[in-house]
Ligand binder design. Structure first.
Ligand SMILES: [Ca+2]
Ligand SMILES: [Ca+2]
Ligand SMILES: [Ca+2]
Length: 230
């Protein structure tokens, strides 16, 4: 019993390291030169994906990574105006982040820049819906969170702003070997020159492992956990 304080301290340290004491960029997609690759690689992020089953715009493609503007884009003539339409749309972005061998992902947050570019005089209001493989995808599954933006009269220039980070500290986003995120859009325009824009998609979290802990602390934590388990 006299070791209770030391045991508690060890448990707290293990718990802290096991959550977000060393939060880092697990993935970062900035689409430079239209690249789909993550520029952060401490985890095992797969290439950013663009999905488009049926092309609806008259201007090339509905959705793509632009090598000229270094953004991901989705034209407003390929999108619906409601959440249901967004979650059922053939046009969406996705990415998968795997934990390196023997490790697990502990997620903290997802953050990105959201906005658009518009025809002269036009205003584009959009909403992005985030889902993950933890809860499933599509209209019948929950959305983790949404973020919205308004872009007005840019005459083709791109305006994006960093969103308030989407919280991923819930227990269901911890200790994952892999996760897929999908990003869906709705908006209030239907014009190929009014374009939803996404940039600098960043997944923040950590990859703690028992091997990364100071040996004594890890052993103390395990000893206490074993004792409590009896
Ligand atoms: Ca499409
Ligand atoms: Ca639209
Ligand atoms: Ca569509």
């Amino acid at each position: 019993m006299r070791f209770r304080t030391a045991q508690l301290t060890a448990l707290l340290i293990v718990a802290a390291v096991g959550s977000h004491a060393n939060a880092a960029l697990l993935a970062r997609y900035n689409f430079t030169g239209g690249s789909s690759a993550s520029v952060a690689t401490i985890a095992d992020p797969q290439n950013f994906q663009v999905h488009n089953t049926t092309n609806e715009t008259s201007a090339g493609t509905d959705i793509a990574l632009s090598s000229s503007t270094n953004t991901a884009y989705l034209r407003s003539d390929a999108t619906g105006s409601t959440m249901t339409a967004a979650l059922n749309d053939d046009d969406y972005f996705s990415f998968v982040v795997n934990a390196p061998g023997g490790e697990l992902l502990y997620l903290h947050s997802l953050v990105f820049s959201l906005g658009g570019s518009t025809n002269p005089g036009a205003t584009l209001n959009n909403t992005i819906y985030v889902q993950s493989s933890v809860d499933g995808f599509g209209d019948s599954n929950p959305v983790i969170d949404t973020r919205s933006s308004t872009t007005t009269n840019t005459g083709g220039a791109i305006v994006v702003s960093t969103i308030v980070p989407i919280d991923l500290t819930d227990a269901k986003f911890q200790k994952l070997a892999s996760i897929e995120f999908r990003l869906f859009f709705s908006d209030d325009r239907t014009n190929n020159g009014d374009i939803n824009r996404l940039d600098n998609v960043q997944l923040i979290g950590s990859l703690p492992t028992p091997a990364a802990l100071p040996g004594g602390l890890a052993l103390m934590g395990l000893a206490v956990l074993r004792r409590r388990g009896k």
